[in-house]
Design a protein around this ligand. Structure first.
Ligand code: NAD
Ligand code: FES
Length: 293
């Protein structure tokens, strides 16, 4: 079980894996994720299920190497088995016929956008995609987004592909240009999601973000993924990971995401391949939340 059937590096330090997990492949819905543990004493971390193939019994995962656990995962080879794979976890995305939807992915945050965009499209929505990354070589899954959306805007921080600038600038131009937008979905760095929430708020555009707090068990038991939404405490793993962007306390989320940064950089510095466990799996130094951040 949990055998890596295929792996490829799709951008610098960004990997696409197909993992044999037939039960999860059969049961998963858009917006859901798995929690992985790569070696005996390794930490648990979440990754969004990008797609699944029920015939082959595989799920598709995309992750960036950002810390010790994702580095361990990226060092694994086809034929090797991931020690633990729990899922599907989280609430499936609420899909309705919203009308004209803009789906936005910042960096490898585009990976969770793909299954949601497809589900929105299948429900009869018209889709515009915005895919932003640092440079052209960091733009991933563009063909997949183009297959789903009627129009895709690409932007890079350095202008090496598409517009030069952030995804927020593209969205602001669309809003200022009077384009009809009924719904926005945004996944990426927390400052990006916060900026998008502030852009759409004055226009009353329904906006959903997928939050990426620190997660440990993924089942509502540990409290690691606590977030504040509409003044209430929520657990991203069981109440989310998607929330109304206009109700999220992004300041608190960013403060909590910074809590373990020093310990994580120590773990990354001390990284040794595969066989050497780097932590006690206690969740006391975390790679971050969803998608191995
Ligand atoms: P990055 O820092 O290279 O940023 C990607 C793009 O996001 C930028 O090119 C820009 O267009 C936009 N952006 C970044 N900061 C912004 C800001 N302050 N205002 C407006 N737009 C901004 O991204 P990366 O290094 O590829 O990392 C991806 C991020 O996405 C990580 O922070 C990761 O945690 C997050 N992520 C979240 C989820 C989730 O489920 N929420 C899933 C995957 C990745
Ligand atoms: Fe433990 Fe959500 S990850 S409560």
């Amino acid at each position: 079980m949990n055998e890596i059937r295929f792996r490829e590096e799709i951008a610098p330090q960004t990997w696409r894996y197909l993992v044999h997990a037939p039960e999860i492949a059969r049961r998963r819905h858009a917006g859901q994720f798995v929690v992985l543990r790569v070696y005996e004493k390794g930490e648990r971390f979440p990754l969004t299920i990008v797609d699944s193939d029920t015939e082959a019994g595989t799920i598709e995962l995309v992750f960036q190497v950002v810390g010790s656990s994702t580095r361990h995962l990226a060092a694994m080879q086809e034929g090797e088995e991931i020690l633990d794979l729990a899922g599907p976890l989280g609430r499936p995305t609420e899909i309705e016929q919203f009308g004209r939807c803009v789906v936005i992915g910042g960096g490898y945050g585009i990976a969770p956008v793909i299954p949601i965009a497809r589900a929105l499209k299948d429900a009869g929505n018209e889709l515009v995609g915005i895919n932003g990354a640092r440079t052209a070589e960091h733009v991933i899954l563009l063909d997949r987004l183009r297959e789903i959306c009627e129009r895709v805007e690409v932007c890079t921080d350095d202008g090496s592909l598409g517009h030069k600038g952030f995804v927020t600038e593209v969205l602001a131009e669309m809003i200022e240009g009077g384009e009809r937008i009924d719904y926005v979905l945004a996944v990426g760095p927390t400052p990006m999601m916060r900026a998008i929430a502030e852009l759409t708020r004055p226009h009353g555009i329904r906006t959903v973000v997928s939050l990426n707090p620190i997660m440990v068990d993924g089942t509502g038991m540990c409290g690691g993924c606590r977030v504040e939404v509409a003044g209430e405490t929520k657990f991203a793993c069981i109440d989310g990971p998607e929330f109304n962007a206009h109700e999220v306390d992004f300041e608190m989320l960013m403060k909590r995401q910074r809590m373990y940064r020093d310990m994580e950089s120590d773990a990354t510095r001390m990284y040794k391949p595969q066989s050497t466990p780097l932590n006690g799996g206690c969740g006391c130094h975390r790679e971050g939340g969803q998608d191995g951040h």
